[in-house]
Ligand binder design. Structure first.
Ligand code: SF4
Length: 113
């Protein structure tokens, strides 16, 4: 390797190292924002109303939502990502915001497996 090539390689390495160091705090901030973005979904939110979301599945208006069947809750919905035993968890339909494990909406999908 010539001296010139070696200097070019060193310069390229330093550029990458600086760019990586600059990106680290940014990725940390984005992760924090994502964690903070998890808000509790309210049944009064516009999208929640459109989907018939309720925090207690026993309160579903079966006349308005004929697809509802007893036993369906967010906790056994494929789109729910809460931990077992927790009262709330992130839901894909609500962009990761928190829904009640005991809740329900018309987008309910049977959990596989
Ligand atoms: Fe609950 Fe599933 Fe509707 Fe999300 S999509 S609110 S987890 S029933």
């Amino acid at each position: 390797m010539t001296e010139r090539m070696s200097r070019q390689a060193r310069r390229r390495f330093l550029k990458l190292a600086v760019a990586g160091a600059a990106a680290m705090p940014l990725s940390g901030t984005l992760g924090l924002r994502r964690a903070q973005a998890q808000e509790q979904v309210s049944p009064d939110d516009e999208m929640a109303k459109e989907l018939g979301y309720v925090e207690d599945a026993s309160q579903v208006d079966a006349g308005a939502w004929p697809t509802y069947e007893e036993g369906q809750t967010c906790a056994n919905c494929q789109l729910f990502h809460g931990q077992q035993g927790q009262e709330t968890g992130p839901c894909d339909i609500f962009m990761g915001n928190l829904v009640a494990a005991a809740g329900w909406c018309s987008a309910w999908v049977a959990r596989e497996g």
